[in-house]
Design a protein around this ligand. Structure first.
Ligand code: GLN
Length: 485
C-alpha cells in the first residue's frame, strides 16, 4: 500500500511514476475493508473511485497538468451532500435518501480532481460527542477500540486516523471536528464561520455549522481550505468580502518568534480538566515563551455560561431546522395508519428520529416557546454577544488563544451515554469558537499516560485562518519536540 505523507509528496510520486491513482485507491479500499470493525464508513464508493482514479492516471499519461487535488483520496461525513449518493445524517428519518445536488465544498474538491471514496459515520444530525448516537452503530477509536472516537464526526476522524483515506471532511457546530481529532491524534480544523460554504450541508444549527477538515499535516489541511474557501453565492452567510486566501502560502510569512498568545486562567484551572492535559498545555506555554513568543494569562469570567448558551441556541435552531422532516415530502414514513395529519407527523418523527435528536428538538421548542423565550433564548443571545465583545478585546491584544479541546481524553463506550448533561459539559472548551464564529484547530501534540492521544486547541481572530495555519505549523514542527510534559 502507498505510504501517504503529504499531497505534495504524493504528486511528486505520481509524476515520477513511483505510484498511480488506481494503486493508491485500491490500497485504501483494502484498508477500509480490513478495518470494517471500526465502522467508520456508511458507504464506500468503490467502483466510482476506481474509475476516477483510472481516468486521472490516463490524463496524466497524456501529459495533462495536475490540478491541486489530483487523485487526493477524501472521505466525507454523512451530512454533506454529494449528488447521486446517499446522505442520511446517520438518521433513520433519512434512510436511503439520495442527494439531489452536491454541496459547494464537495463540488470544489471534485473540480480540483479529488477522489471521494465514501461517506462516514457520525452522530445523528451531528448531535453528539461520541458517535454513539448513530443509526449505524458507533465508530470505534483505532487507538483503542474500547474507546469512543469522539463526535459527532467520529467516522471522518477514524478514516484519517486509521489510513483509510488521505483527508476527510467533517462538520463542526460545537466541536465536532476538533474533539474527535483530539481523541484520535490527528489535526482537525474548524474554519471561521462563513469561510466555507454551508450550501449542501444538512443543517443542525445554521448560525454555528461549519465544514471542517481532518488531516495529518498542516500543509494538506491548508490546501483543502484554500480549495473550499471560494466565495459562494449559494450561502448568503459566507464571507465574500475578500477573495479566497492563498492559504497554502502560510509558510512564506510565518514567524518562528514574536507571536502574542494568551490563555485563560479559568480554563487551565478548571476542575473538570484532566491534570495531564493541563500539564501538556503549560509545557507548551513554556516552550512558546522559550522560543521568544509572548504568552499571557487572561481572565474569562463567562466560562460557566458558554455550555448553557450553546445548548439553548443550537437546540432552538435545530428544532426549527428539523421541522422539515415530516415524512411527507421525503424521509421515513410510518407504516401505521394515522387518524389525522398531526398523528401522521408524530408517527413519522417518533419512528425516524433517535433519542438524542428528539431530546434536542423538545428542548429547542421549549426555549423558543412564548413563556420562556426571554428567560432562555434571549438570555443566551446576550451571552453570545458578550462573548463576541470579549473576543474582540482579546484579539486587539493577542494573535491567538491557546486552550484545551476537551477536559479528558476519549472515554469508554457506554461510560456517559446515560448522562447527556455530562456529555454536554465536556464541550466546554470547543463551543466558544462556534459561539463567536472564530477559526480554531486541534493539533495532535500529546500522548496521555493512559495511552490515548490528546491535542492542543488554538484559536485566532475572525477570518484569520492564515495566522492560525502559521502558528499551527510552528507548533507542530518546533514546539512539539520541546513541549513533552
Ligand atoms: N458535541 C456538540 C453537540 O452535540 C457538538 C456537535 C457538533 O459540533 N456537530 O452539539
Amino acid at each position: 500500500m502507498y505510504h501517504f505523507k503529504t499531497i505534495a509528496r504524493y504528486h511528486q510520486d505520481l509524476q515520477q511514476g513511483n505510484t498511480n491513482c488506481v494503486n493508491v485507491v485500491e490500497g485504501y479500499l483494502a484498508a477500509i475493508d480490513s478495518a470494517k470493525n471500526l465502522n467508520a464508513f456508511v458507504e464506500v464508493f468503490k467502483e466510482e473511485a476506481l474509475q476516477k482514479a483510472k481516468l486521472l492516471d490516463d490524463q496524466r499519461k497524456g501529459g495533462a497538468a495536475l490540478k491541486k487535488l489530483h487523485g487526493v483520496v477524501i472521505a466525507i461525513k454523512d451530512v454533506i451532500c454529494y449528488e447521486g449518493h446517499k446522505v442520511t445524517a446517520a438518521s433513520g428519518i433519512l434512510e436511503n435518501f439520495v442527494s439531489q445536488y452536491s454541496a459547494s465544498a464537495v463540488q470544489l474538491l471534485l473540480d480540483e480532481d479529488a477522489i471521494i471514496i465514501g461517506s462516514c459515520n457520525c452522530d445523528e444530525f451531528a448531535m453528539g460527542s461520541s458517535n454513539e448516537n448513530s443509526v449505524y452503530g458507533p465508530t470505534l477509536n483505532a487507538a483503542n477500540t474500547a474507546y469512543i472516537p469522539g463526535g459527532s464526526s467520529g467516522g471522518s476522524a477514524v478514516a484519517v486516523q486509521a489510513n483509510m483515506c488521505m483527508l476527510s471532511l467533517g462538520t463542526d457546530t460545537g466541536g465536532s471536528v476538533r474533539q474527535p481529532a483530539d481523541f484520535c491524534g490527528i489535526i482537525g480544523l474548524k474554519p471561521g464561520y462563513g469561510t466555507i460554504s454551508r450550501y449542501g450541508l444538512i443543517a443542525y444549527a445554521s448560525s454555528f455549522d461549519q465544514v471542517g477538515i481532518f488531516g495529518k499535516t498542516v500543509s494538506d489541511v491548508a490546501l483543502l481550505l484554500e480549495v473550499m474557501s471560494k466565495p459562494d453565492e449559494l450561502d448568503s452567510t459566507m464571507n465574500t468580502e475578500a477573495p479566497a486566501h492563498a492559504f497554502t502560502n502560510y509558510a512564506a510569512s510565518a514567524k518562528s518568534t514574536g507571536y502574542r498568545f494568551c490563555y485563560f486562567r479559568q480554563m487551565i484551572s478548571h476542575p473538570s480538566l484532566d491534570r495531564e492535559i493541563a500539564a501538556g498545555i503549560i509545557a507548551t506555554i513554556n516552550a512558546l515563551r522559550k522560543a521568544g513568543h509572548v504568552v499571557e494569562e487572561q481572565e474569562f469570567e463567562l466560562l460557566d455560561y458558554i455550555v448553557p448558551a450553546y445548548y439553548v441556541l443550537t437546540t432552538a435552531e435545530a428544532s426549527s431546522n428539523l421541522s422539515r422532516y415530516d415524512g411527507i415530502r421525503y424521509g421515513h414514513r410510518s407504516k401505521e395508519a394515522a387518524e389525522d395529519l398531526t398523528a401522521f407527523y408524530k408517527q413519522n418523527r417518533s419512528e425516524g428520529f433517535g433519542m438524542e435528536v428528539k431530546r434536542r428538538i423538545m428542548l429547542g421548542t421549549f426555549v423558543l416557546s412564548a413563556g420562556y423565550y426571554d428567560a432562555y433564548f434571549n438570555k443566551a443571545q446576550q451571552v453570545r454577544k458578550m462573548l463576541v465583545e470579549k473576543t474582540a478585546l482579546i484579539f486587539s491584544k493577542f494573535d491567538a488563544v491557546i486552550l484545551p479541546n476537551s477536559p479528558t481524553t476519549a472515554w469508554k463506550f457506554g461510560e456517559k451515554d446515560k448522562d447527556p448533561i455530562a456529555v454536554y459539559l465536556a464541550d466546554i472548551f470547543t463551543v466558544f469558537a462556534n459561539l463567536t464564529g472564530l477559526p480554531a484547530i486541534s493539533l495532535p501534540l500529546f500522548k496521555h499516560s493512559n495511552g490515548l492521544p490528546f491535542g492542543l486547541q488554538v484559536m485566532t481572530n475572525k477570518k484569520d485562518e492564515l495566522t492560525l495555519l502559521k502558528i499551527s505549523d510552528e507548533l507542530m514542527q518546533q514546539v512539539k519536540a520541546a513541549a513533552k510534559p
